[in-house]
Write a protein that binds this ligand. Structure first.
Ligand code: 6CS
Length: 336
């Protein structure tokens, strides 16, 4: 009898172990940068946390392995990928309210303020979660990647210097309006066409955070870096909502905790990157000019902001205005 009981116990234990094993899955996570860029470092932290706290594994797909930003979003919405990191620069075409990140001078360049804002903002952590859910996406985290700089072939001291400059922007309508208001000829393109476009002079400028100008060697095909303080690059991690809703409460907690710990890490990590990577650009190309515009020189960019904000409200109506107002309130509430 005892032996029979032991056998039963052993087979039950094996069955349970099998059941746990059969639930272990390999989740696919794609992002828009290389493994050593900010999104890659965030993804690595997220993967480490999920794997340390569950039986699941994560396979990371850096930029290019599954296509452009628009491709990895489609694959996630179709359920082929479980996680996607896509920046509002692209998501703005899908979720118009996400274009709010391109109202110039809305976000501060102070990285500590930004960190507090993203962590505590109602607009980010509640309102946008609902808007992303409408597109079949569970928004897990929004985080900053650094102040955006313009890189061009001729010097930029004011909006007038952007006249006739074909300026590449990510593919969202408000960013097009921004650069129109700045006086340039905006040219929306996926990332893969930017280096070649500058090399062949199809475009003469683009904007991105400093670390990306170095890691993607954009400094090789432009000669001037200009900081106007007009924006900070925002990006976002999300999951396929159907997949996320199908997880147990415990698994959802593992995913949320992993996103939160990767967020805490990346906010500090990316903070000093702008300075260290700018030094590397200076070393690689001493002739590169680096200009931080004075308040006076920024005036025309700042004046353009009101026009772009009005366009945003025109494009998104009451819902967009509510998000914008909430973001402003959240930014005020997280000031020092
Ligand atoms: O400008 C872009 O398209 C890219 N910029 C960054 C910083 N990350 C990914 C995105 O594709």
């Amino acid at each position: 009898m005892k032996t029979k009981f032991r056998t039963l116990l052993a087979s039950t234990a094996m069955l349970l172990a099998g059941a746990t094993l059969s639930h272990a899955a390999d989740w696919k996570y794609a992002f828009e940068e290389s493994l050593t860029d900010v999104q890659g470092v965030y993804a690595t932290k997220f993967k480490e946390a999920v794997e340390a706290n569950s039986d699941h594994t994560i396979t990371l797909f850096p930029y290019g392995s599954l296509g452009e930003s628009a491709d990895i979003m489609e694959q996630t919405q179709a359920g082929l990928l479980q996680f996607v990191n896509q920046s509002p620069g692209f998501t703005g075409a899908l979720i118009p309210e996400a274009q709010v990140f391109f109202v110039p001078y809305l976000l501060p360049t102070d990285q500590d303020h930004l960190g507090r804002f993203f962590k505590n903002s109602k607009a980010i952590n509640e309102d946008f979660v609902g808007l992303y859910a409408n597109q079949g996406l569970e928004l897990l985290s929004m985080y900053p990647e650094g102040e955006v700089a313009m890189t061009t072939k001729s010097p930029v001291k004011s909006c007038a210097d952007l006249d006739e400059v074909k300026f590449r922007v990510m593919t969202n309508p408000l960013l097009v309006e921004s650069y129109k208001a700045f006086g340039a000829t905006p040219t929306p393109l996926p990332w893969g066409e930017v280096y070649g476009g500058l090399q062949t002079n199809i475009i003469q400028g683009q904007e991105n955070p400093t670390f990306f100008l170095f890691s993607t060697k954009i400094y090789e095909v432009t000669d001037h870096i200009t900081y106007a303080g007009h924006n900070n690059f925002t990006t976002a991690l999300m999951a396929n909502k159907q997949f996320y809703d199908g997880l147990s409460a415990e698994e959802q907690k593992v995913v949320q905790d992993a996103a939160a710990s990767a967020f805490d890490y990346i906010v500090g990590y990316q903070k000093s990157l702008a300075d260290s990577e700018l030094d590397k650009i200076k070393e690689a190309k001493p002739a590169m000019t680096i200009t931080v515009l004075s308040d006076e020189e920024r005036a025309c960019f700042k004046n353009a902001a009101a026009e772009v904000e009005a366009k945003f409200i025109e494009m998104t109506g009451e819902g967009g205005k509510a998000i914008l107002d909430q973001m402003k309130a959240d930014l005020d509430a997280t000031r020092d």
